[in-house]
Design a binder for this molecule. Sequence first.
Ligand code: FEO
Length: 178
Amino acid sequence: MLSKKMTAAFNGQVAAELYSSYLYISMSAWLQSEGFPGAANWMGLQAREEVYHAQKLYNHILERGGQVKLGAIEAPPFKWKTPLEVFEQAYAHEQKVTGLINNLMSMAKAESDHASEIFLQWFVTEQVEEEATALDVVQKFKLAAGGAGFFMIDQELGARVLSQIVKDALTGTVASSN
Ligand code: FEO
């Protein structure tokens, strides 16, 4: 069974993942309105992945006998200057999330909560990918330096599709998606 402290920390992480989704939806809307439908697609899919992350955490709380207690989610920003700035902020946000996951892992270790440690390993690996993919787009936009280069990158980002595992999880019920 999850301790009260770990339950509260996991509930906090559910809110953090849902905030990530909220932030990326906001970024997606701005990108769409500024004429970058490909980048908007990329960010919209990222937002859905964040819901998947929240679901995984939610399931872990329930499976371990904890109480899901959803907290408030703050309003995200809604305006940026360039697509590069959007992705720079997304990259910085992912670094923050990595820190939160690392804190959770440290708490699990301190409590000898081995089940949570094993569960969190997936998130540790996922964060390496999350940071790498955001940084990859930042670097692409930096190299393009605006204009036609931005347009080409936007087309490339438009090709992103949701992975089957995330698609399956999001179309199933919340409780059964792992
Ligand atoms: Fe759920 Fe992008 O980390």
